[in-house]
Design a protein around this ligand. Structure first.
Ligand SMILES: [Mg+2]
Length: 235
């Protein structure tokens, strides 16, 4: 029997792009008003250049999106002649402002209802490469736990996050379904361990032909409960 469902967050439970654009705007306006020296660097897209340089020197930061953002802001402030202690402190405050805005998501229709329904039968866990937190989103009561690339040390599709989830759930791969929008990170990632997969495909894209198909495909979360029942029946 299927006992647990692991869920990706960004672009699975909500559309992430508008959230990130708004959060980025909030961050930049906070920085401009609290650290005015940095305004020209922000206006000239200097944050992006700093980010590129940091990733070049420390590629592992790609998996640590929160730390990377703090470091980018800190570096920007240093380049604008703020002291190192002030830069660090302001970067952390700025990041908190970003993170608060990053949690102002608009859930896809019926997400809450579906999570509530599924959580009555299955254990749910969040597996994300980003820095959204189900507890901060008020979804904690539906989830047993959440893992992200920062706490695991590496993101999906690396097997580590899926392995850690199975360990925490104390279940075998065949008892778990992973649900997510990304063919590689979510579907291929989970398939490597033999976990059942549901591809969330709201735009009805074609499945990339060179990879093994997911166990099932849905266009919206409303279809998930029936889809899990079907996987359970066919396994
Ligand atoms: Mg996603």
């Amino acid at each position: 029997m299927i006992k647990a469902i692991t869920l990706d967050l960004d672009d699975t439970l909500w559309e992430v792009r508008p959230t990130l654009i708004a959060a980025e705007r909030t961050l930049r306006s906070w920085l401009t008003s609290h650290c005015p020296n940095v305004a020209p660097l922000i206006a000239s897209n200097g944050l992006m250049d700093i980010r590129k340089k940091l990733i070049l020197n420390e590629p592992e930061l790609m998996h640590r999106v929160s730390e990377m953002r703090v470091r980018v802001i800190e570096q920007a402030l240093l380049e604008c002649d703020y002291s190192s202690s002030w830069a660090r402190q302001a970067a952390e405050s700025a990041f908190e402002v970003f993170l608060e805005a990053r949690h102002q998501v608009s859930f896809y229709p019926l997400v809450i209802e579906v999570l509530e329904e599924l959580s009555r039968t299955y254990r749910l866990a969040a597996l994300s490469n980003g820095n959204a937190n189900v507890y901060r989103l008020g979804l904690g009561k539906y989830f047993s736990f959440g893992l992200n690339a920062e706490t695991v040390g590496v993101g999906k599709p690396h097997p580590a996050m899926f392995e850690q989830a199975l360990e925490r759930l104390e279940l075998s791969a065949d008892q778990v379904v992973h649900v997510g929008d990304n063919p590689d990170d979510d579907v291929v990632g989970a398939q490597q361990l033999g976990i059942h997969t549901v591809w969330v495909n709201p735009d009805q894209l074609d499945w990339p032909s060179d990879t093994q198909k997911p166990s099932a495909e849905i266009e919206c979360m409303e279809q998930l409960p029936d889809c899990i029942t079907m996987i359970n029946r066919n396994r």
